[in-house]
Each structure stands twice: as C-alpha cells, then as structure tokens.
Design a protein. Structure first.
Length: 220
C-alpha cells in the first residue's frame, strides 16, 4: 500500500516528523509526505485553514500521480477533508477524524489536547459534525503554538503532559487525543509522563487506511 500524508502548512520539517511517525506505525507501507508550501507556516484556527485550502487541494493530483492508494490530511483540524474527498479519487482520511474513530473503537471517552485556544471551536465543530460528541469529554488548549510543539523542547512536553493530566482529573477522560500533528513525534515522551492512554492521529490514520484499503481490495 502506498500512503500519502499532505501537510496543509508550509513547514517542511513538520512533514518530515509526520511521515516518520506514520512509518513507525505502519512500517510495511510505502509512505511519503507532501508539503503545502503556499500555505501558512502553521494552521492555528479557521482563518489559517481557509488560507491553506487551495494549496492543499492542488496537492491531491500530485499524491495520486505518485501512486497513493490513500491520502491523509495531516492537520488535526481536518483541513479541507470534505472538499478533498470529493476530488481525490481515493480514500481520504483526516488525523483528527482518525483519532476520534480509534477512541470510539476502543470504547474510550477522549479529551483532545491541542495547541492554542483559537483551534478549539474548529475541533469542537468537527467532533459534532462527525458524530463523536457523545464520546468527547473535553477539548483543551495547551497554550502552545504549533511550531513550538513541533520543536519538542522538554518544557513543551511537560506542559502538554500537565494538560493531559488535567483532562484525566478534571474531565474524567479515559484517554487523551494528541490534537496537533506536531505532537505525533512526542507520543512516547508524553506517555512516560502521563497516566492516560494516548491516541496519535498520525498513527491512527495509517492503521485505519490500511484496514480500509485492504478491506476494499479483498471485497472487490
């Protein structure tokens, strides 16, 4: 299986980390990344998502031309997911959506821990529209910008871990969803500092893509 991760933001280093996390989760697949170099440096709120959309959609045929059997939108806001599904000609998943599906399959009540507060309304809307509101305990902001998270400094990891623990203690969450693509490479470090199971949308999307693509191939 060949799987493309499209990063809606213009930060190439973030794409590299996303692809590495996906390959770790699904080493048997051929996984590559594409970066929307015309987009904002980070997606933080609805305005950034809107600005990223044209460049993101322009990368769909590029991914298909490189042989992608499935495409993942590698932004937790699921930027352009609906539009991409109508244009791609193959399976398209979002890392936010994949996280919610994985939590629900495990029967866990999840809390999303994301970057800045400006992202909360977008994520909450997606949770409602995708039908996961009943499984969501909360959506919490760490107060850290996306590119700060992506840098992965020790104090960044400590701050995210503290927010995850607050979700456990204050919101009765039974798992935490890492609500930023830049958190994917930090999952192991965060797991060592928290008591909740963690769900990373990059890994979740790789596993779900394999299940869906393989299932469709066997049934056809």
């Amino acid at each position: 299986m060949k799987l493309a991760y499209i990063n809606p933001n213009a930060t190439v280093g973030m794409t590299t980390g996303i692809v590495a996390a996906a390959r770790k989760a699904l080493p048997e697949a051929e996984i590559f990344g594409l970066t929307n170099i015309s987009g904002p440096a980070a997606i933080q709120g609805r305005a950034d998502g809107d600005a990223a959309l044209p460049g993101l959609l322009a990368l769909l045929p590029v991914a298909r031309a490189q042989g992608a059997d499935a495409i993942v939108i590698a932004c937790f806001d699921d930027t352009g997911l609906t539009e991409a599904r109508g244009l791609a000609g193959c399976l398209v998943l979002g890392i936010g959506q994949s996280s919610f599906v994985m939590a629900q399959l495990h029967g866990l009540r999840f809390s999303v821990v994301t970057s800045l507060a400006v992202s909360i309304p977008v994520i909450e809307d997606n949770i409602r529209q995708q039908g996961f509101a009943g499984s969501c305990a909360s959506v919490r902001a760490s107060g850290l910008p996306v590119l700060t998270i992506d840098a992965g400094a020790p104090d960044t990891i400590d701050r995210i871990a503290a927010e995850i623990e607050r979700a456990r203690c204050e919101d009765a969450a039974t798992c935490a969803v890492l609500g930023c693509a830049g958190m994917a490479p930090l999952k192991d470090a965060l797991s060592a500092r928290t008591q909740l199971p963690l769900i990373d949308g990059v890994a979740a999307s790789a596993l779900l893509a394999k299940a869906v693509v393989t299932g469709l191939a066997r049934s056809s």
